[in-house]
Design a protein around this ligand. Structure first.
Ligand SMILES: *Cc1c(COP(=O)(O)O)cnc(C)c1O
Length: 378
C-alpha cells in the first residue's frame, strides 16, 4: 500500500533531496562547505523575505525559539506571549525555564489573538523586552496577522519574535516588511527536509538587544558567536552539514517555483481542503485558518482517533490528531511542503470512505467534487 504522510511535520521529502543523503561524507571545515552554507543561507533569505542575517542551528525548530529568548532577554525581564494553542504555550514554557516573566495574552483553542489585544498588552506593559507570537499555530490551524502585530510592536522598544516553524514557506511571511526582529523556523515543515535544522533571522534591533545582554544563558546556542563565525561562512561547532547539502536541493525547488507562487498554491490547497471537508459536513476548527494545514471538527458520534487509525491502517493516509484536550475531537491535514493537489484529493477520498464505513451519512464524492471545483478554477 502506498503511504502518504500528511502530518504537520515531518512532511514528505522530495526524491532528489533524499538522494543527496546517499552521497559520500565530506569534511566541514573546507572552502567547499563554506560556499554551500553561504548559498543555502542566501536562498533562505529569499524565502524569509529578509536582508537580515540567518543563523543556522543544529536542532529541531524549538532550538531556534530557545536561542531567540536565551540570547535576547535577560533573566528577570518581561515578555508578552500571544497564546492561541500548544505552540504559543511553548513560548511561555521557554520563558519559565529561563526565569523570564511572561505576560500571557491567551485565547481559547481555535481562536486567534487579535491585534487590539496586543495593543492593550503593549500599553499595559511598556517594559516588555519582546513579544512572542506564532505565525501558524499548528495545534489548531489558526493563522495570525503577523503584519498587524509588527506595526504595533515596531512603535515600541520591544522585539518582535515569531515562531514561523510551520508557517514559513506555507503562507505569506514577509520578515522585513512585517518588521519581524527574530523569525524562527525548522527544516521539517514547509521546507521539505527531515527534522534536524533550525534557522532564525535576526534584525539590527534584535542584535542591539543581544549585544547588550552581557550574559546569554546558553553556550551551544550563543548567537553572537554564531554571527562571528558566519563572517567566514563557518559555524562554531560541527554543523549538520549533510543536511545543509541536501537542503540546497529542496530550497532550489522552492526558488524555482518562486516563493510568492508557493504562497498562492498553498492558498489554493487550503481552499480546496476546506471546501472538501465542509461539503462532507465537517466544520472548520480555526476561526482564522492558515494555509499550511486544514483542521476540522468531527461530527457528533465520530471519534477522530478511530477515524485516523482506519485512514492509516486501511488506506496508508497519515493525518494528525488533536493534541491534549483536542485529541479525538479534530483531524489535522497538513498540505505544506512537498505535497500536491492529488495528495489532498487522496486524503478527502479516504475520509469519505472511512466516514461511510463508520455510518456517517454523506454522499460519496461530495468532498472530492467540492475540492475539484476549486482546483478546476485555478
Ligand atoms: C512543529 C512546530 C514546533 C516544534 O518544532 P520542533 O521541530 O518539534 O522543535 C514549534 N512551533 C510550531 C508552530 C510548530 O509547527
Amino acid at each position: 500500500m502506498k503511504q502518504r504522510l500528511l502530518t504537520p511535520g515531518p512532511t514528505p521529502v522530495p526524491e532528489e533531496t533524499l538522494l543527496e543523503f546517499a552521497r559520500p561524507m565530506i569534511f566541514h571545515r573546507t572552502a567547499e562547505f563554506r560556499v554551500l552554507l553561504a548559498e543555502v543561507l542566501a536562498d533562505l533569505q529569499t524565502i524569509f523575505c529578509t536582508k537580515n542575517l540567518i543563523i543556522p542551528l543544529t536542532a529541531s525548530g524549538t532550538g531556534a525559539l530557545e536561542a531567540a529568548l536565551a540570547n535576547s532577554v535577560p533573566a528577570g525581564a518581561k515578555i508578552i506571549c500571544l497564546i492561541a494553542g500548544r505552540f504559543g504555550e511553548r513560548w511561555k514554557n521557554i520563558a519559565k525555564a529561563f526565569n523570564i516573566e511572561s505576560i500571557n495574552v491567551t485565547v481559547p483553542y481555535g481562536q486567534a489573538v487579535q491585534p487590539d489585544q496586543l495593543a492593550k498588552a503593549l500599553a499595559d506593559h511598556p517594559d516588555a523586552i519582546a513579544v512572542c507570537s506564532t505565525l501558524s499555530e499548528t495545534s489548531t490551524g489558526v493563522g495570525h496577522d503577523i503584519a498587524a502585530f509588527g506595526k504595533l510592536i515596531a512603535k515600541t522598544p520591544a522585539l518582535h519574535i515569531v515562531d514561523a516553524i510551520s508557517g514559513l514557506g506555507a503562507m505569506e511571511c514577509r520578515t522585513d516588511e512585517w518588521q519581524i526582529d527574530i523569525n524562527c523556523t525548522g527544516s521539517q515543515k514547509a521546507l521539505m527536509m527531515p527534522p534536524g535544522l533550525a534557522f532564525l533571522s535576526v534584525s539590527d534591533k534584535a542584535w542591539q538587544a543581544i549585544d547588550k545582554n552581557a550574559n546569554p544563558r546558553t553556550f551551544y546556542f550563543d548567537l553572537k558567536k554564531a554571527k562571528k563565525n558566519l563572517e567566514t561562512s563557518d559555524t562554531p561547532y560541527t554543523p549538520a552539514h549533510t543536511m545543509i547539502r541536501a537542503m540546497r536541493v529542496s530550497l532550489k525547488k522552492i526558488l524555482a517555483e518562486g516563493i510568492e507562487n508557493v504562497w498562492a498554491r498553498q492558498k489554493r490547497y487550503a481552499e480546496a481542503a476546506r471546501a472538501g471537508f465542509q461539503a462532507l459536513g465537517l466544520e472548520l476548527f480555526p476561526a482564522q485558518p492558515n494555509t499550511a494545514l486544514t483542521v476540522v471538527k468531527m461530527p457528533a458520534g465520530i471519534d477522530s482517533t478511530t477515524l485516523l487509525t482506519k485512514l492509516e491502517k486501511q488506506y496508508g493516509l497519515k493525518l494528525a490528531n488533536g493534541q491534549d484536550t483536542l485529541k479525538g475531537k479534530i483531524i489535522r491535514l497538513a498540505h505544506m511542503g512537498y505535497i500536491d493537489q492529488f495528495d489532498i484529493l487522496a486524503a478527502l477520498g479516504g475520509v469519505e470512505l472511512v466516514l461511510l464505513e463508520m455510518g456517517h451519512r454523506i454522499e460519496p464524492g461530495a468532498g472530492l467534487s467540492a475540492a475539484q471545483r476549486v482546483f478546476a478554477k485555478a
